[in-house]
Structure formats: structure tokens, C-alpha cells
Ligand binder design. Structure first.
Ligand SMILES: [Zn+2]
Length: 339
């Protein structure tokens, strides 16, 4: 039995507990697979503070084992994705009955109990049925892909426009692939040759290191106009200030994903380029869109390393993650949870 509770900074303990349905609109889910995420590591390290105690685990799928009498469209035995974010219930949008437009959604492992446990009981709207054609690894990346799609929406681009994607690790290459899916041209920038190689395998045509040649490469790739927007992945070791060198005037920069984000951008750079800077760290209400994208093979996870662990010690793995982020940010580490 498992239920990994974060009780404080780097204090993660297994205290199995039983959960049962307490309302007719709830479902009970046996968690089958959990993807270790950057957010889990940040919570574990205390870089993001949780309301302790909280069960860790943000990205998971499972099988429905029980449904309340008033659940519709969800049946016992269904494979489902567990929503990592929920409406806060307190903001203006939530209070006006528009919870889909919640401006301060709450997240698993931080504000409510996450999924690193055997069973989860939640409201039926907090799970999404998964079509058979959606593979486990893809389902576990729904939120990452949703952040990419949310980023694309924020940029308001047209087909053929060029977007610099700074950081070509898993997160960056998911963004690049989502841009390609929308017929926008990603230009990946990363100093790790393996990441640039993987970018090509993901169908990215332009992938450059951030070296002395970068400006020339960008001029050639954009017909001299520089990029129409930039997306900076918070997991990238490249400095955020690089954005000023890759975009034209009056363009938008989106900072994506949750990470340590020690990077900074000077006000004078923002002003001199008349830049709009915004951020995307959630994919609330994007799940159905992403599932539909996955059914249409919008992204390819083939080029990424995957490790599926049926025996694991979350404490040991999280310590390793915090020690060697770059390694974990480039592969899918999945806990196969068995009762
Ligand atoms: Zn809200």
C-alpha cells in the first residue's frame, strides 16, 4: 500500500490510508501510473511551498474502481486521467459560476492531495476518460502538452510565423511540436548537442546552439526579420536575457512551466524592444483539447528516453532528481503503481 505524504521540506513518508466515496458525484480511481514531474521535485525541495501535509504527485492515470450514483459518462473499469488542477472556488470567475475561467486554479500536491498513492477519490469532473488509442506515456504528458497549447493560444500566431523556443529539453520540444501541429515554425535554441539532435527527430527544422553564430542563423531562418515571438522554458539553463536577441520589435515572450526560474530580464531590454512578457504555468481546462490532439498524433514522444519503474523509492529518486535536474528533465520517469 502506498500514500506518499510530504510533511515538510524533504520529508516524504509513506503512510497508507484508505479512502471511500462520500458523495454520489464522486468516483474512486486506482492509480496505475504516475509521471515524476519538475513540480514534484520543487515541492519536495521546498522551492514551491505546499500546505503541508500533502500527498505528492501531479501527473497520473488510473482505472475507475467505483462510481457514485450520480456520475454520468464514467464507468467502472474506465481508464482515466486525473486532473492536476482544479478551480479555486473563490475568485471572481468561480463565484460568478464561470469556474472554467478560474484565475487562480489550485494544483495537486500543493493545494490538494496529489496522486502518489493507491486510490484517489474525487469529483467526476476531476477525471477525464482516455481513449484506447492514447498510450500511457502520452496520457501522462497531458498537462505538459496542455501548457504548450495554452502557450500557443497566448501567442496568437498565424501559420508560417517563426517562434524561438529557448530550451529544447522534453518541455521545449513538446512546445515545438505543438507549434508545428499548428503550422507555426519553431526555432529551437539549446546548448546541449543531444537536445538539438532530438529536436530534429521531433520534426524541428531549425535547431541552433546559443553561440556566436546564433544571430546569423536566426537572420537566415527568418529572412532577416528575427522571430515573431519567443517561448522561454523555465527548465532551460540558458539566460532569459537571450530573448532580446532573438525577437523583432513589439513581440511577445512567454515564460513557460514551473521551475526554479532564477533567470531575470532587464526592464531596459523590455522597453527597448517594446516587448510583452507573459507566462504559462498551468493547463487548466485544456485536457479535452489535448486528448483530441493526442488522438490525432499531434506529438511524438518516441525520441525521448523512458524509464518505467515498478519498484521505486520516491525519496531516493526525488533526491537524485534535485541533484541532476537536466537528466530527469529529458526523460519520462514513470512509477508503475501496483497494489
Ligand atoms: Zn477560481
Amino acid at each position: 500500500m502506498e500514500s506518499w505524504i510530504l510533511k515538510g521540506v524533504k520529508t516524504l513518508v509513506n503512510e497508507p490510508q484508505s479512502v471511500s466515496i462520500s458523495s454520489p458525484t464522486q468516483v474512486k480511481v486506482k492509480v496505475s501510473h504516475l509521471l515524476l514531474t519538475e513540480t514534484d521535485a520543487l515541492l519536495y525541495e521546498g522551492k514551491i511551498s505546499a500546505k503541508y501535509p500533502k500527498i505528492l504527485g501531479r501527473a497520473a492515470i488510473g482505472i475507475v474502481t467505483e462510481v457514485g450514483e450520480k456520475c454520468y459518462g464514467i464507468e467502472k473499469g474506465m481508464r482515466v486521467y486525473l486532473q492536476p488542477t482544479r478551480a479555486c472556488g473563490e475568485c471572481l470567475a468561480c463565484k460568478s459560476g464561470k469556474s472554467k475561467e478560474c484565475t487562480s486554479c489550485i494544483s495537486a500536491g500543493k493545494d490538494f492531495d496529489g496522486f502518489m498513492r493507491d486510490f484517489v477519490v474525487c469529483e467526476q469532473e476531476d477525471v477525464s476518460p482516455l481513449p484506447d488509442s492514447v498510450d500511457i506515456n502520452y496520457a501522462l504528458c497531458i498537462e505538459k502538452i496542455g501548457i504548450a497549447e495554452n502557450t500557443y493560444d497566448k501567442l496568437n500566431l498565424s501559420a508560417g510565423q517563426r517562434v524561438a523556443v529557448i530550451g529544447a529539453d522534453l518541455a521545449g520540444l513538446l512546445i515545438a511540436q505543438v507549434l508545428l501541429y499548428h503550422k507555426v515554425v519553431p526555432i529551437c535554441i539549446d546548448n546541449n548537442p543531444a537536445n538539438l539532435e532530438r529536436a530534429k527527430k521531433c520534426g524541428v527544422y531549425y535547431a541552433f546552439p546559443a553561440d556566436d553564430e546564433l544571430k546569423t542563423n536566426l537572420v537566415n531562418a527568418t529572412g532577416g526579420n528575427m522571430c515573431d515571438a519567443a517561448v522561454y522554458c523555465a527548465t532551460s539553463p540558458l539566460p532569459l536575457s537571450i530573448v532580446k536577441d532573438v525577437i523583432g520589435d513589439c513581440k511577445t515572450v512567454v515564460l513557460c512551466f514551473n521551475s526554479l526560474m532564477n533567470a531575470s530580464l532587464s526592464a531596459s531590454d523590455i522597453i527597448s524592444k517594446n516587448m510583452t512578457v507573459t507566462s504559462v504555468a498551468y493547463a487548466y481546462d485544456y485536457t479535452n483539447t489535448v486528448i483530441n490532439m493526442l488522438v490525432h498524433n499531434a506529438v511524438n514522444l518516441q525520441p525521448f528516453e523512458k524509464e518505467v519503474l515498478s519498484e521505486y523509492d520516491p525519496v531516493k529518486i526525488l533526491n537524485e532528481f534535485c541533484e541532476n535536474r537536466a537528466k530527469y528533465q529529458n526523460k519520462l520517469t514513470v512509477f508503475k503503481m501496483i497494489l
